[in-house]
Design a protein around this ligand. Structure first.
Ligand code: SF4
Length: 681
């Protein structure tokens, strides 16, 4: 028996794992109590990590789709075929005829993350998409416009805050998002134990809301109105106190004018929150010894996502809770990913068909299907995808599926045949998880405590297997780019250049990770705007206030659809892992008891839910945890109706209802807030 240590790379919490092995066989996976960051915390998903090595559904060799089904092929044949197809299409139709999609697990795999840019450079296409525009784009756009870099993402200083206001986030299920915080439940408890308060604003009494000090129901997609009213109260009651930010922030008068008409009384009906509660929460927040507002995916995937994220930043800044202990602070990672590139611009180019704006070199994924289906110069003919399942994770998945089926060529770098990769002509499966070395480039930059850790492969990859960076590097080289480069070299060089001047050898010698201390104040030095000042009132969001004003007058009517995340679900994958899904069906539609009564439905009744783009049939789960008039379906399911290969848990895709035409101004899909009708199936 041997014991090895590494970080779990399934989600953003990057928990330390203690893994017992007999030879190369995983005997047990536990939390690593000696990890100074996660301190032994894990969730049920970690124990399923070991199951992937014996998973019969996992691909072990490249496969090619033929008229008679999938056939195994050699790596050599696969690379020859992929390079030949991509080169032919590029020569004939131009580089933009080849589109890329990078899914969420890419940021959890340093091999993919660090090698994909070289492949995209070698192909030279500007048709690039990722999971960013169904998740976090509004926050990145606001970081770009306010702080000068879309990758400069501050996080709540959970260890010191006395008041945590959580909007549109459920960290007890997500384990933190754009905030690396393993064991977040302990943080919630500790805040309350030290006399602080945790307030959750959400249309559902979530797992987090149940252990918070207070939960306030809100109508879906109205958070922007609540936040505008809160900032209105700050100005109306002379509660603005920016502290040191006063000396390097522009736009105070513009934001004062912007919120002038959004009084708590005007937004109360729209939000479903009484004006006195809006005032009380604002006063509590501004008078707390320290406070932090944190708005996550529920705020970003709605039609006013950018305005919401702007106002979350503004609320922290105007109350002096930005870049100070207990407020919203920037981590200081050992491997720095944020570099100044001059004045950051939003929307430097636009999509061909709908004219949607580019951010950070990517287009909104809601445009992908039409870019494939619409004829003309630069029409997408070939598709390269890694780590993603956009048929289930992006709006109007049915339309995207039709589009993928029409492609001349598609290649997927993925260990599974999924609802998306089944449309590929060739699938290249990489070694994964415990078989790989890993340094969490992204999430160590979002950690609520400065920390560094390198994970060495726990078990060897199979003899014929290839790492992600080897596959991607081989393709890049065949498309005229650089030779594959081991990510370990890149990480070592980055660590040595970094602020702590660490090295890979030092991290290898500390397998539990190295504590680099509490978050520290960074401003104004780390502001990336050329003038070194925060821009509090960007014109992009000010110009969206007219749309908000019009929406305020729109009546709340019909049912509104929202998503939800579950602890035992990992977005669109791992649903087939028996130990995570054996006890109960998790893909249910949750409705308030009064709404269920109106429909004449009981627990388990099949409901037919319909929107502009489609319909699904799903069993009802009645719960008083849901606000009236709101229906919730978890995201990532939909295997039962599509995947004829893997033995997945049943379920329907919420994105067969969400609408690719409903977007925030940032280009992020408004996956929450779809109007639906409900009938008995
Ligand atoms: S919380 Fe995330 S990182 Fe931690 S064990 Fe679970 S899946 Fe892994």
């Amino acid at each position: 028996m041997t014991t090895k240590y590494r970080a779990c790379n399934l989600c953003e919490a990057i928990c330390g794992l203690e893994i017992e092995l007999e030879g190369d066989k995983v005997i047990s996976i536990r939390g690593d109590a000696a990890d100074p960051f996660s301190k032994g915390h894990i969730c049920p998903k970690a124990t399923a990590l070991g199951d992937m090595y014996t998973d019969p559904n996992r691909l072990r060799t490249p496969i090619q789709r033929t008229a008679t089904g999938w056939e195994s092929i050699s790596w050599q044949t696969a690379f020859d075929e992929v390079a030949s197809k991509l080169s032919t299409i590029k020569a004939r139709d131009g580089a933009n005829a080849i589109a890329f999609f990078i899914g969420n697990p890419a940021v959890h795999n340093s091999g993919t993350l660090l090698s994909m840019p070289s492949l995209m450079r070698a192909v030279g296409s500007s048709n690039r998409y990722s999971a960013t525009s169904v998740d976090q784009l509004p926050q990145q756009v606001m970081s770009g416009l306010m702080l000068g870099n879309p990758n400069l993402l501050p996080v709540p200083d959970l260890s010191r805050t006395k008041y945590w206001l959580i909007l549109g986030a459920n960290p007890l299920a997500s384990n933190g998002s754009l905030m690396t915080a393993p064991g977040v439940k302990d943080h919630l408890k500790n805040i309350q134990t030290r006399g602080g308060k945790v307030v959750v604003i959400d249309p559902r009494r979530t797992e987090t809301a149940k252990v918070a000090t207070e939960h306030v129901f809100i109508r879906p997609s109205t958070d922007a109105f609540l936040l505008l009213a809160m900032i209105h109260v700050l100005f109306a009651e002379n509660l603005v106190k920016m502290g040191k930010l006063e000396h390097f922030t522009d736009g105070l008068e513009e934001i004062r004018t912007a919120v002038k008409h959004f009084t708590p009384e005007r937004v109360a009906k729209k939000t479903g929150i009484a004006s006195e509660d809006i005032k009380r929460i604002t006063r509590e927040f501004s008078s707390a010894e320290s406070a932090v507002a944190y708005g996550r995916i529920g705020l970003s995937i709605q039609k006013f996502g950018a305005v919401c994220q702007w106002l979350v930043y503004a609320l922290n800044m105007l109350t002096g809770n930005f870049d100070r202990a207990g407020g919203m602070m920037l981590p200081s990672p050992a491997f720095e990913t944020v570099r100044s590139k001059g004045d950051w611009l939003f929307g430097r180019s636009h999509t061909r068909v709908r004219g949607l704006p580019e951010t950070n070199g990517e287009f909104p994924v809601a445009a992908l299907a039409e870019e494939i289906l619409t004829e003309g110069q630069d029409q997408v003919r070939a598709f390269v995808i890694t780590c993603g399942n956009p048929v289930l994770s992006t709006p109007n998945g049915t339309k995207l599926e039709t589009a993928l089926e029409s492609l001349e060529f598609m290649v997927a770098i993925d260990p599974y045949i999924t609802e998306t990769t089944r449309h590929a002509h060739i699938i290249l499966p990489p070694a994964m998880g415990l078989e790989t070395n890993h340094y969490d480039v992204t999430f160590l930059s979002l950690a609520v405590q400065n920390y560094a850790k390198y994970s060495q492969a726990t078990i060897p990859k199979a003899e014929n297997a290839m790492y992600d960076w080897e596959i991607i590097g081989e393709l890049a080289q065949r498309m005229g780019g650089d030779a594959p480069r081991d990510p370990a070299e890149i990480i070592d060089a980055g660590l040595k250049r970094g602020r702590y001047q660490l090295s890979l050898e030092q991290l290898k010698a500390n397998p539990h990770g190295i504590d680099l201390g509490a978050l520290t104040e960074q401003f104004p030095e780390r502001i990336q705007n050329p003038e070194k000042r925060i821009r509090l009132a960007p014109s992009l969001v000010l110009s969206d206030l007219e749309r908000l004003e019009n929406d305020l007058e729109t009546k709340n009517e019909g049912y509104i659809l929202i998503g939800r995340r579950e602890l035992r679900s990992n977005n669109s994958w791992m649903h087939h892992v028996n130990r995570l899904n054996r006890d109960q069906p998790r893909c249910t539609a949750i409705l308030h008891p009064e709404d269920a009564k109106t429909l004449g439905a009981t627990n388990g009744t099949n409901l037919r839910i319909s929107s502009r783009v489609g319909s699904v049939t799903i069993p009802l789960e009645i719960s008083a945890d849901m606000a009236r008039g709101v229906i919730s379906i978890p995201h990532g399911y939909g295997h039962a109706t599509r995947n004829d290969v893997a033995n997945h848990a049943k379920g329907v895709s919420i994105n067969d209802l969400t609408d690719e035409l409903e977007l925030d101004i940032s280009g992020n899909a408004a996956l929450n807030g779809t109007r639906v009708t409900i009938a008995l199936a």
